[in-house]
Design a protein. Structure first.
Lengths: 239, 239
DNA sequence: CGCGGTGTTGAGACCTGTCAAGACGTGTGG
DNA sequence: CCACACGTCTTGACAGGTCTCAACACCGCG
């Protein structure tokens, strides 16, 4: 079940058999969680980190007005809160956007893992830095791209990230978010999400139906989004 | 000169004399840079990281339209591109917003430093994760807060960050950005920045004059911004 | 003294939000 | 099996926030 995560790592760097086994050994248990549950609450003390074996998670913040902003989406193979390893409390909630299978990694085991394999410590530090790069790209989207471009960018990003872990079928993938939740990622109201989606459809760029997204014209989508996957740091490096 | 950086670290965690000396020893040289210089270009290969001893830096991204978005501001004592230690190439530019004094830390020395003091490795990992938390807060601002609230939030954040490193004078601090540049942080045009600033002044929350910002009503500012410094992870922890 | 960058102001356009209502689909209880 | 409730999607009319364009004031500096 941890295969997706290993795929994601190996896309970037070499992982030995020994390291792989050590990572597996650091996992303590696996939990199933239903959709729309808050699995981590902002501010609570954490001594584990959670790896998403399947499903979708979101990092969210609630505002006084009742509005909510998603700062990142997580898919199969992602460590949802690896940053909790150093932060100990998170500044955001983590909620399930679909039914999820989640593996628990106690921090004490991670400490041991990283002592034994400093190489892995560096890799996981790298991984949290890629998360930060994704945050920056969302900042650029929210600050400077139009609703249409922003939405196109998100779908382009998700296609790449899902491809890495084998969760795509050609240019199509499951997309469990409601339009309301999509708006919470993009800083839009659900009404405007609806209209923007129609525009993407009208331009024959994307189809979204029955919780499944299909990219009809990848090049066109990238053009609208001004998408460049560089920030996902996909190139492979030897150590 | 590195005192500000040590203050910032010691605000969060204990640093021994020995560790302090080791950090100092990892520095290779100090450079002076004029305002409005690009000191790191997106995509270029890096084998050093830069600590800001004084001045202001910004992480920026340029778009095809000629627009620019700032994803984070750096002040005295910040490691501007510590994430380059694991990423090796950055997805953004780093530019000076004022004359700057910058200390260079070769990655090979950091490798050595972190091998000798795994505790410091954890701390610097923590520091890059706080940077990511700042990104998330900006995402919330850009996605959900009004121009007024967003600007108030930025000044509230900067006051806290500058206080830590002793760069404030009461509720006042030097603020070298032009209104254009401020807009590049907030996802606004310079025209709207101007009007929003006037509104903050009109409400007696902030004064901005001669490149110096003064918070006139901190509580009022926090209210408008819905500011909670939790995401800056200021509480002190023993190891 | 003139120039370029910065700050300021006004008018109008446009993008996105707000409010409200109805359509559709799915699950639940009677 | 039907009736209903609820969440989601869709649409329309209108409001409001922010942008665009343009002009001018101000100021430091060569």
């Amino acid at each position: 079940m941890i295969e997706a995560h290993l795929k994601k790592l190996r896309k970037r760097v070499n992982i030995s058999r020994e390291e792989e086994e050590a990572i597996r050994g650091a996992m303590s248990e696996v939990r199933e969680v239903r959709a729309d549950r808050t699995i981590i609450r902002r501010g609570e003390e954490l001594n584990t980190s959670l790896m998403l074996l399947s499903g979708w998670l979101a990092r969210t913040r609630d505002l006084a007005t009742g509005q909510r902003q998603v700062s990142e989406l997580h898919v199969t193979g992602d460590f949802a809160d690896l940053h909790a390893f150093t932060l100990k409390r998170l500044d955001h909630n983590v909620i399930t956007m679909s039914p999820c299978t989640i593996a628990v990694f106690p921090h004490e085991r991670l400490v041991h893992l990283f002592e034994r394999f400093p190489h892995l410590a560096r890799i996981y530090w790298f991984i949290t830095n890629v998360d930060a790069a994704i945050h920056r790209e969302w900042t650029v989207s929210l600050g400077r791209r139009s609703a249409l471009s922003r939405m196109a960018h998100l779908f382009a990003e998700l296609l790449v990230r899902l491809e890495i872990v084998g969760e795509t079928d050609g240019n199509s993938f499951e997309f469990p978010l409601t339009q309301q939740e999509l708006g919470e990622c993009l800083g839009l109201t659900s009404v405007h999400v609806n209209r923007t989606l129609q525009e993407l459809r009208r331009r024959n760029l994307i189809e979204l139906e029955n919780r499944r997204a299909t990219i009809l014209d990848l090049e066109g989508l990238h053009d609208v989004a001004e998408f460049d996957p560089f920030y996902l740091y996909l190139e492979h490096r030897d150590r």
